[in-house]
Design a binder for this molecule. Structure first.
Ligand code: AMP
Length: 376
């Protein structure tokens, strides 16, 4: 599915041998760097962590703080376009580097997505469905918000929350102390609890010309708030599927977005069908899109590179029924048995330390389409 709409971006056009700068050095940057290399492009990774998984697969890297103005300037002057692998890049860093090289997606995508209050408000302003929410900063405001939204609710810090970090579920008065402890550290939003039937995500890409394409909708299962498994296509009514893609597209157009955008949603069954509620969005390649490496004509990593380079988008065509399973923490130790399944595609991120809850790798299976007897 493809549609052109919204303002085109001023065109930035790279050629093979040019260099892409990436802020952040985790597994997403690593897979972006590998995709860039497959197009003959070079990458320069900028990250503060010495053991960044992306350093070992990039042409160049800078290991420095996001506040190191001199290092940022040197980095930005050495590349042709800059992108990022996570939404918590400080806005000051984004603004520093964009004085020397174009930043895509633009910094406004960061400003909106790194604060849950701004993000929810923006979605609401676009007329898109979100869980009922209220901003809370003080114990009195929390009490008031609980009266309004009614338990169960979820208290989430406005900033720096991911994989369930910075969240407390408030189901009864007994959970109040944990919520107050969270609030003592950071401003938050209180969100009504959604009794969803499924969690899905839409991974879409928008080009500099305003063309939007989306992959088949992904169905996600989280364990302890961390993505455990993605299957594609999601089990949805056709109307729900189209609505989910339309919503992601309208977000991308409204942000004059360039690159891969991920939008996570809840599906709630109703007596007459299904409704959608947007949970959150990510201005970057996304874990629920890792299956596209083997399961789609163009991977999300290639697609992002194409978009920021000013190249035509590739086909998001689905190549079979797909299952992707994350290897989290100790699960990475099963790598050898994964290899003994000839149809499992194993990806390990090269992280030395196995820690609980740490994403170490993933496995993808692409099952043959019903008409074929062989894996694709
Ligand atoms: P988040 O960090 O906002 O993506 O939340 C992590 C996970 O918590 C989601 O994938 C859901 O499984 C769950 N969750 C978050 N917000 C809600 C909500 N308002 N109602 C029910 N479950 C939620």
């Amino acid at each position: 599915m493809s549609a052109k709409q919204g303002a085109p971006h001023s065109t930035i056009k790279l050629a093979p041998r040019d260099t892409i700068g990436i802020l952040g050095g985790g597994q997403l940057a690593r897979m972006l760097a590998l995709a860039a290399a497959s197009y003959g492009l070079k990458t320069h990774i900028y990250a503060p962590e010495e053991d960044s998984p992306a350093f070992e697969v990039s042409s160049t890297f800078t290991c420095a703080a996001y506040e190191d103005e001199l290092a940022l300037e040197r980095f930005a002057k050495s590349v042709d376009v800059i992108t990022y692998e996570f939404e918590n890049v400080p806005l000051a860093t984004a603004s520093s580097v964009s004085r020397f090289a174009p930043l895509l997606p633009e910094a406004q995508a960061l400003a909106v997505t790194q604060d849950r209050l701004f993000e929810k408000t923006r979605l609401q302003d676009l007329g898109l469905p979100v869980a009922p929410f209220l901003a809370v900063e003080t114990p009195e405001q929390l009490e008031q918000a609980l009266q309004t939204l009614k338990m169960p609710c979820i208290l989430k810090t406005r900033r720096m929350g991911y994989d369930g970090k910075g969240q407390v579920r408030v189901s009864s008065r007994e959970d109040l102390q944990a919520a107050l402890n969270l609030l003592a550290h950071a401003p938050a939003i209180l969100e009504g609890f959604i009794a969803f039937n499924r969690e899905i995500s839409v991974i879409g890409a928008r080009s500099q010309e305003g063309e939007f394409v989306a992959y088949d909708v992904c169905e996600n299962i989280h364990t302890h708030h961390i993505l455990a498994q993605t299957t594609v296509p999601a089990q949805l009514l056709e109307t729900t599927r189209q609505k989910a893609i339309d919503m992601a597209q309208s977000i991308a157009h409204s942000l004059n977005y360039v690159g891969i955008l991920a939008v996570e949603m809840f599906v709630v069954r109703t007596p007459t069908g299904e409704t959608l509620i947007i949970n959150e969005m990510a201005p970057r390649v996304h874990n629920s899109g890792h299956w596209t490496l083997e399961g789609a004509q163009t991977s999300q990593f290639e697609q992002h590179i194409r978009a920021i380079c000013g190249w035509p988008l590739g086909s998001p065509h689905l190549l079979g029924d797909v299952r992707m399973r994350n290897l989290v923490g100790d699960e990475a130790k099963t790598w050898e048995s994964c290899l003994s399944d000839p149809y499992a595609s194993l990806h390990l991120y090269g992280k030395a330390d196995i820690r609980e809850g740490r994403k170490m790798g993933h496995i993808t299976w692409v099952m043959p389409p019903k008409s074929s007897s062989k894996p694709v």
